[in-house]
Ligand binder design. Structure first.
Ligand SMILES: Cc1ncc(COP(=O)(O)O)c(C=O)c1O
Length: 406
């Protein structure tokens, strides 16, 4: 067997490579008031880890529970590692880098999870994948579905940015806008799978989402010449991306390729800070999220417990920033690095700006620091309203040129 499942709460093991979502015992306690219990972790076999250890270079495929036989059918990386010189200078952090997941095919990090769930569907002979999304996961799953010939049913809040919704429509998914929050869409999509079948891809509810997301850490390890960064800044909503980042490094460690994992910094909006509360105070109650950074606006984080635990185990911490700072940092990123990031993605950079001095106190200014740029800003140009606008058109006349003031 290539893997088995382990409950992240009670530690029970499940010797199957079939479809499993949550620990049947721990999930009985979930009543929607506290972060859910019973999310499963995939544990790779010793043999799989041994094979990875012996390779000169590893790829995510060496660590996937359901490996791909044809990665070029939908490439999910490696994404570029950028050394943003002007931002390095601004923050006086000479070893800062950005991992540009905004360049994945559908424009966000979510391609990583979607691809592994598509491989799960293929392996299990399923054609239909059902999910809830704040927008990006849906677009990613719909894009992968289009490329690999899968049928996608997508529940999204009707208020999600129109480009994200249209993307999924264009890829050919069955899009169901919901007059409610992301958390409402999440609950509906699970009920839909219970009634009508298909594989549910909801973030963290399906453990393969974490397995797909961990691919970024395998890439980072190779990007840095088989080294790991000292700290990774990750935007956090449900806590699945950050758990995936942790899992990738944990698998590399289990394989004997690294001896420690980087500090993981959970970056949230002050207006959607459920996981920060869990990290700092152990408070796992649902909140009422209101941030403009739609992709990280989450009342009840689907992977809150695991995310908080992994951040603490890594020696990392949480940083919250105002929505104002998030939207300002989108402009800083575009002006000083050419990176156009959506608000959620810019949150990781905004958090680094705020945290810079305390980071240097802890790790020194030469620390290898990485910021995950998780989604492109092209999907949500409205976010720039009030901060940037198109100048009025000039008459088509050379006389007009002398009136320009720059
Ligand atoms: C661009 C972007 N960044 C960050 C996140 C947060 O990921 P997670 O909800 O797994 O914490 C999301 C989730 O939708 C996203 O789309």
């Amino acid at each position: 067997m290539r893997f088995r499942y382990v409950c992240s709460d009670c530690g029970r093991t499940f010797e199957t490579e079939g479809l499993m979502y949550q620990c049947p015992e721990c999930s009985k306690e979930n009543d929607g008031t506290h972060f859910p219990k019973g999310n499963l972790i995939v544990e790779l076999s010793e043999e799989t880890l041994r094979r990875a250890r012996e390779k000169e270079h590893v790829t995510p495929n060496d660590f996937y529970p359901y490996p791909s036989g044809d990665e070029s059918a939908y490439p999910v990386g490696p994404t570029p590692l950028m050394r943003p010189r002007r931002i390095q200078e601004k923050l006086d952090l000479p070893n800062l880098s950005f991992k540009l997941d905004s360049q994945l095919v559908s424009g966000s990090f979510k391609d990583r999870a979607s691809y592994e769930v598509a491989l799960q569907a293929k392996a299990l002979g399923e054609k239909r994948i059902v999910l809830a999304s704040t927008g990006n996961a849906g677009a990613a799953m719909s894009a992968v579905g289009a490329a690999l010939g899968l049928d996608i049913v997508l529940f999204v809040p009707a208020s999600a940015p129109i480009n994200k919704l249209m993307q999924s429509v264009l890829y050919g998914a069955h899009v169901v806008p919901v007059k409610g929050s992301y958390d409402d869409a999440f609950a509906l999509s699970i009920e839909y799978t219970k009634r009508h079948g298909g594989i549910n891809r909801n973030t963290a509810y399906n453990p393969m989402t974490i397995e797909g997301k961990k691919s970024v850490s395998i890439e980072i390890f190779e990007d840095l010449g088989r080294k790991i960064p000292d700290a990774v800044y990750v935007p956090v909503g449900d806590g699945c991306i950050i758990a995936g980042v942790a899992k990738g490094f944990m698998d590399l460690k289990k394989a004997g390729l690294i001896s420690t994992v980087p500090r993981l910094i959970a970056c949230q909006s002050e207006r959607s800070d459920a996981i920060t509360r869990a990290i700092n105070e152990g408070d796992t109650r649902a909140i009422s999220a209101t941030t403009r950074a739609d992709s990280i606006s989450v009342d009840l984080p689907a992977n809150g417990r695991m995310a908080a635990r992994y951040v603490k185990e890594s020696g990392g911490w949480a940083v919250t920033v105002s929505d104002e700072a998030i939207l300002d940092s989108q402009i800083t990123l575009t002006r000083l690095s050419g990176v156009l990031a959506e608000p959620a993605a810019a949150t990781a950079y905004a958090a680094l700006e705020k945290d810079r001095d305390s980071l240097v106190d802890k790790l020194g200014r030469d620390a290898e620091v990485m910021v995950l740029i998780t989604g492109t800003g092209f999907k949500d140009m409205k976010a720039f309203e009030g901060r940037a606008s198109l100048p009025p058109a000039i008459e088509n006349s050379v006389d007009e040129l002398d009136k320009l003031t720059f």
